[in-house]
Design a protein around this ligand. Structure first.
Ligand code: NDP
Length: 330
């Protein structure tokens, strides 16, 4: 390999089928951008599985290198910020969608996408959180900004065993909240309690009810599933409470009345981790590197190499993925 060549897990279209293989690319083939980064770690997300399987809503044209998360060392910097030699985190914006992403050993991106690595942190630790952890942090931050406090009562987390939900459970419990984990996986109840959930309840807690309002049970909530469970959750929020909403695994539709909002003053808070200003991402990363450190999330990660990416991404599509997976490039 020459100095400018590198390895990437590249997805190609062959007769309508999409297949990822390890390929050798050249740095000059990367898209234009101000910052060249040698990626040491990436992390796996459902969106990567969509990109790798040819979902045109995520990635329009192939061949393509997926990977919406990346962390590593700055090798070239046209603007001087971030500095050459510094470590950075890149998540979201167009990375891994229509810009070659973290499943390659190098990426080239705008400087406005690069979060400086928090002091005392490294690329591997950052990727144990990845976009999922960042999203959980943003959900919790929105609740706190709305004035959520432990003494107000229970906080529900739906999709609790998922990548976003599990970090939300651990973080909220670390911050002193009484967390009720809502999960469809009975066999994950013990691990959710180990993350700090005070109670673990089944998805039937959010089963569809005809009544427009229900007994208020939760002071606040993080909803990672959307759809009808979110509509049911809104009916059970105490007056003045808030729900951070970030996901749609139970469906993108939200059929609700205005009653939770006008009778109980409930706040529905949208959370996007992708296109928000860089300083909002940076603030959450700094917290995870400080007071918000989630020891259990950091300890439970599974590490894979590029050769394992195909199977790991397939598991996402089959709904069989459990726990956080990071990609190590060497
Ligand atoms: P995961 O697949 O890891 O977890 C989702 C969890 O939701 C599952 O583990 C399961 O938890 C629960 N679930 C799955 N299917 C259903 C269903 N049909 N009805 C109810 N619950 C269900 O996903 P992530 O945690 O990574 O992501 C969660 C959501 O957040 C996704 O929709 C994702 O697209 C979105 N997301 C949004 C971001 C943003 O910027 N807004 C960024 C990152 C993710 P259990 O079995 O415990 O109930």
């Amino acid at each position: 390999m020459s100095d400018t060549q590198f390895k990437a897990w590249r997805v190609e279209e062959q007769d309508g089928d999409y297949k990822g293989t390890e390929q050798t690319l050249d740095i000059k083939d990367l898209p234009e951008g101000e910052v060249l980064i040698r990626v040491s770690h990436s992390s796996l997300n459902y969106k990567d599985a969509l990109s790798a399987s040819g979902n045109k809503g995520v990635t329009r044209s192939f061949p393509h290198t997926p990977g919406i998360d990346a962390a590593g060392e700055v090798i070239e910097s046209a603007t001087g910020t971030p500095a050459v030699g510094s470590q950075v985190i890149v998540t979201g914006y167009d990375l891994g969608m229509n810009t070659d992403g973290g499943f390659g050993e190098y990426i080239r991106v705008p400087s406005a996408w690069c979060v400086p690595m928090p002091r005392g942190w490294d690329a591997e630790t950052a990727m144990t959180y990845g976009t999922a952890g960042l999203t959980a942090g943003l959900c919790v931050q929105k609740l706190l900004t709305m004035g959520a406090r432990p003494e107000q009562g229970k906080v529900a987390v739906s999709g609790a065993s998922g990548s976003v939900g599990s970090v939300a459970v651990e973080l909220l419990s670390k911050l002193g909240f009484d967390v009720v984990a809502i999960s469809g996986k009975a066999d994950h109840a013990d691990s959710l309690r180990e993350l700090g959930a005070r109670e673990v309840v089944g998805r039937d807690a959010l089963a569809e009810e005809k009544k427009p309002m229900l007994k208020p049970v939760f002071a606040n909530a993080v909803d990672t599933v959307g759809g009808s469970p979110l509509a049911e959750l809104l009916k059970q929020i105490k007056p003045g409470g808030s729900v951070s909403c970030c996901g749609l695994v139970a469906g993108p539709q939200l059929q609700t009345t205005v009653l939770p909002f006008i009778l109980r003053g409930v706040n529905l808070l949208g959370v996007d981790s992708v296109e928000i200003p860089l300083d909002e991402k940076e603030a959450v990363w700094k917290k995870f590197a400080g007071d918000w450190k989630c020891d259990k999330a950091e300890a439970s990660v599974r590490r894979i190499g590029r050769a394992d990416l195909g199977d790991a991404l397939q598991a996402f599509l089959k709904g069989q993925s459990a726990g956080k997976i990071i990609l190590e490039h060497s």
